[in-house]
Design a protein around this ligand. Structure first.
Ligand code: GTP
Ligand code: MG
Length: 389
């Protein structure tokens, strides 16, 4: 039977990103390629490996010889785990290809082996998830959370309960931004006047010297970013020039870029210098961000009073708008800042709920809600059927 199946192989992990790369391969070509190149420590041939057990051994010969793990996952179906760099995976894929395997993209591989479109979309997206938390949420969708939510809405439509169906559709759509950010990081811009400690803060958060820190205003010119995870959410932090009016053309370009970053950001950390703060943080921040962002943008701003090591403890009594005291120098207040950022990005994290996570899903849900809102039940049904194919 295995001989009738087309031989194919696919690199399942993103190229060169993890410590280990995983290649799936099946068919007679895969078995032949493994037998030609792989010497298992247990001395058995590929087809004689026990099912779902790890077979450790070496792939190739000479200078390109390397340690790999082969797992026989089915009748003439294998997983090969090798070093995560590009070269090892490419060598193994080339060997598989020359033994007759068709090399498929990870998305195509997943599509052919999934029970539903949502499942294959989840497989494709899962390979790009960068945190355990987001991977777990995507796995829930792969295991049926979204499929079941869509089925429940279709039953409501069947039963003529239009209002309830619209309500459920709206709730699903409310989670669409979170779904997008399961793989696309949130952009958090660190902004404020020059010399307040923005670059020091980004360094303190990511734990290494990403940005140059210097006791002169106007140190940072270009926008620089660092990817990290905050409370399990993927975040791209952006540090940029301190914002002020300037006649220096180079600094002015930096300020213009910092302003663009402010517009794009999902959240802005507006940093104040605690050491030179004359007013209360609310008053100072309100004045500064009103000039930059306008009052309407307040939802996107979290005020940070940095250099807290130089703030009199009595002055810390605060109220009103939420803000954080930090010291990039001592690390004081950083855990609280990270919690505040996570809370702003995802105020109420879903547990095991359905989350739409692709543009296709979100567009179909929008159209279905629109149809249901106009009492076009059949159209809404058809759109949801298409979503959960
Ligand atoms: N005491 C104290 N000094 C700090 C703290 N954070 C930064 N500094 C100092 O403040 C100065 C400016 O820090 P930077 O991080 O370069 O400030 P910036 O906001 O990035 O400045 P620009 O890039 O010029 O806009 C440096 O001398 C830092 O060592 C802090 O929490 N406490
Ligand atoms: Mg700087």
């Amino acid at each position: 039977m295995s001989d009738e199946r087309a031989s194919c192989a696919s690199l399942l992990t993103p190229t060169g990103r993890g410590a280990v790369a995983v290649i799936a391969a099946e068919g007679a070509g895969a078995t032949a390629a493994i037998d030609a190149a792989f010497r298992a420590a247990n001395g058995r041939s590929a087809a004689a490996q026990p099912l779902d057990r790890i077979a450790f051994g070496e792939w190739g010969a000479g200078e390109h010889r390397e340690e790999v793990i082969v797992i026989r996952s089915g009748d003439a179906a294998f997983e090969i785990h090798c070093h995560g760099g590009v070269a090892a995976a490419q060598r193994i894929l080339a060997a598989l290809e020359s033994a007759g395997c068709v090399i498929q993209s990870q998305a195509d591989w997943a599509k052919q082996r999934s029970a539903s479109l949502i499942e294959s979309e989840a497989d494709a997206v899962l390979a790009q998830a960068t945190t355990r938390r987001t991977a777990e949420m995507l796995l829930n969708q792969r295991n049926g959370a979204l499929q079941q939510a869509v089925a429940a809405i279709r039953e409501l439509l069947n039963a003529g309960q239009l209002d309830a169906a619209c309500d459920q559709l709206s709730r699903l759509l409310e989670r669409a931004p979170l779904g997008r950010h399961l793989i696309e990081p949130w952009l958090v811009a660190i902004a404020g006047r020059p010399n307040v400690g923005k670059s020091s803060l980004i360094n303190a958060i990511v734990g290494y010297q990403r940005a140059i820190v210097f006791d002169q205003p106007g140190t940072t010119r270009d926008v620089l970013t660092a990817e990290t995870a905050i409370d399990g959410w993927p975040v791209r932090l952006a540090d940029a020039a301190g914002i002020r009016e300037t006649n220096d053309p180079l600094e002015a370009e930096g300020v213009a870029r910092a302003r663009q970053q402010l517009q794009r950001a999902d959240l802005v950390l507006w940093v104040l210098d605690g050491a030179t703060l004359a007013d209360s943080p609310q008053i100072a921040a309100a004045r500064e961000w009103r000039e930059e962002l306008g009052v309407a943008e307040i939802d996107r701003v979290l005020i940070v009073v940095n250099k807290a090591d130089r703030v009199d403890a009595r002055r810390r009594a605060a109220g009103g708008v939420e803000f954080c005291y930090t010291s990039a120098l001592t690390g004081d207040g950083l855990p609280a800042l990270l919690s505040a950022i996570a809370k702003r990005l995802v105020p109420s994290p879903p547990q095991r709920e359905a989350i739409p996570f692709t543009v296709r899903q979100v567009e179909l849900l929008h159209s279905a809600l629109n149809a249901a809102n106009h009492s076009h039940t059949d159209e809404a049904q058809a759109l949801l059927a298409q979503l959960a194919l």
